[in-house]
Design a protein around this ligand. Structure first.
Ligand SMILES: [Zn+2]
Length: 221
């Protein structure tokens, strides 16, 4: 199965996983050893995922682990992140998904701590995220958490999920798109928080122009 994948392609994909993970750390979207991103080797049931106990900011291709979507490790001596279950479950359930980003961005996690899903308050976030889901607090790496996350993504409109008191998951046709959706998710959460401060209301009570006139956004450009 792995013999079908060219070593050059595999090398480039490992480098892509490292590039995106380092960017996430440098942008302050994940602290310490937390979070884990993954990507599907296109057209296969193979996945590259971050190794356990490594900082995304220091990641190298040695910290990427090739696994099958059923969980077999194909890089001898390497151990995938303990949160592999929900990554692989998403790839098994959704053949069109090519990338999964799991990060701990602070404004988004703050909303999850408050038990609230932020409104999508800007047009870019609405376009890139469509809908958001949220799952309860459960042990990281548990099968219960994996099932809950996979269940939220059964709605094809949901592109991002908040994990209560933990982090976020975004998905996409490739890892770069999935990662950009985390940037939009966090940007939206920060703007929703700031807008609520400016307006002196709770974030869920922000009055949106698009709610008053839904066609204004549709007709724009
Ligand atoms: Zn996590």
């Amino acid at each position: 199965m792995t013999s079908d994948v060219s070593p050059t392609v595999l090398r480039l994909l490992r480098e892509e996983l490292v590039t995106i993970s380092r960017r996430a750390y440098e942008r302050g979207l994940v602290p310490g050893l937390s979070g884990n991103n993954s990507l599907r080797v296109p057209g296969t049931d193979l996945v590259l995922i971050k190794a356990t106990a490594c900082c995304q900011g220091d990641m190298t291709v040695q910290d990427t682990v090739l696994v099958t979507t059923s969980g077999d490790v194909l890089d001898p001596g390497r151990k995938p992140s303990k949160e592999w279950q929900f990554h692989l479950g998403i790839y098994r359930e959704r053949p069109e998904i090519g990338g999964v980003a799991h990060l701990h961005p602070p404004y988004s996690v703050a909303f999850s701590v408050a038990g609230r899903v932020p409104k999508l308050v800007n047009a870019a976030a609405r376009g890139h995220l469509r809908e958001l889901g949220m799952v309860d607090l459960m042990p990281a790496g548990s099968i219960e958490l994996a099932h809950a996350i996979i269940h939220e993504f059964e709605n094809p409109e949901v592109h991002g999920v908040l994990m209560r008191e933990h982090g976020t998951v975004t998905i996409g046709p490739d890892l770069r798109t999935a990662y950009h959706r985390t940037e939009y998710l966090e940007d939206n959460a920060r703007i929703a928080y700031l807008a609520a401060q400016i307006a002196g209301v709770r974030p869920e009570d922000i009055q949106l122009a698009v709610d008053v006139d839904p066609l204004a956004e549709v007709n724009d450009g």
